[in-house]
Ligand binder design. Structure first.
Ligand code: RET
Length: 243
């Protein structure tokens, strides 16, 4: 199952990229409108979501128009053993995953020091994932996968232990909303390393199918998840996001 042939996206993958771009752009327009209508108390969450999907839209525009990717050779003796890797995703994720976490830490009222530690672990996760994806050795790139997964476990553990605690201290209603959105985040985010393993890691799925898989995940993790939080915090709701 080594990558022995060139693997690049086709017209199909390119179409997927344009579709996800369009979804993100519509998402940005929706959060812009809901943000203008939100009360000042909840507005930061709308603004965050607007920024998150705008960054994703720009990233998908870049990928759909043919940039933000590089060719990774995996065998110095076989010039045709290569795969196209979209490093643009990791630039997107380096900005958007900390902002998605900020959605949750604002909701729970997690102290700033802990929030910063969480975001640093998250950045380590994305950075090592990128290095692993660009690593020329099909064997050693799994080491970086391991570093990235370790950081991912730290992030998730922190969200479900200490984050839950602060959310429930704040208000039982905040606690139960936090429980649901944090669980959803843990489930959806866990799919990313699985896709990585089949794509960058082992080359078992085509570049087109990788674009499809990450595209679906990005739509769920950004606009859909963000809309859920926004709708759960109505203008005159009970959920207090900032004191
Ligand atoms: C990588 C590399 C392999 C190991 C792990 C990873 C985790 C990625 C995650 C990405 C989340 C992205 C989101 C994007 C926004 O829409 C980098 C694939 C653990 C969790 C939520």
């Amino acid at each position: 199952h080594e990558i022995q042939h060139p693997e690049a996206i086709t017209q199909i993958g390119q179409t997927y990229l344009w579709i996800v771009f369009a979804v993100m752009a519509v998402g940005a327009a929706i959060f812009a409108v809901t943000g203008l209508r939100a009360s000042y108390r909840y507005r930061p969450i709308h603004i965050l979501n607007f920024v998150i999907v705008s960054i994703a839209a720009a990233s998908y525009y870049a990928m759909a128009t043919g940039i933000g990717k590089t060719i990774v050779h995996s065998d110095p003796h076989n010039r045709s053993a290569w795969r196209e890797v979209f490093y643009a995703r990791y630039i997107d994720w380096a900005f958007t995953t900390p902002l998605l976490l900020l959605d949750l830490t604002l909701l729970a009222g997690i102290p700033i020091g802990e929030t910063i530690a969480l975001i640093i672990a998250d950045l380590f996760m994305i950075g090592t994932g990128l290095v692993g994806a660009l690593h020329p050795s099909l064997k050693y790139r799994w080491g970086f996968f391991g570093f990235s997964c370790a950081a991912f476990v730290v992030v998730v553990f922190n969200l479900i232990s200490s984050g839950r605690h602060y959310a429930f201290v704040r208000h039982p209603k905040v606690g139960s909303l936090y429980n649901q959105v944090a669980l959803a985040l843990a489930v959806v985010w866990t799919a990313y390393p699985i896709v990585w393993g089949f794509a960058e890691g082992s080359g078992r799925i085509s570049a087109d199918n990788e674009v499809l898989a990450f595209g679906i995940l990005d739509i769920i993790a950004k606009p859909v998840w963000g809309l859920w939080i926004v709708l759960a915090t109505p203008p005159e709701g009970h959920v207090v996001l900032a004191e």
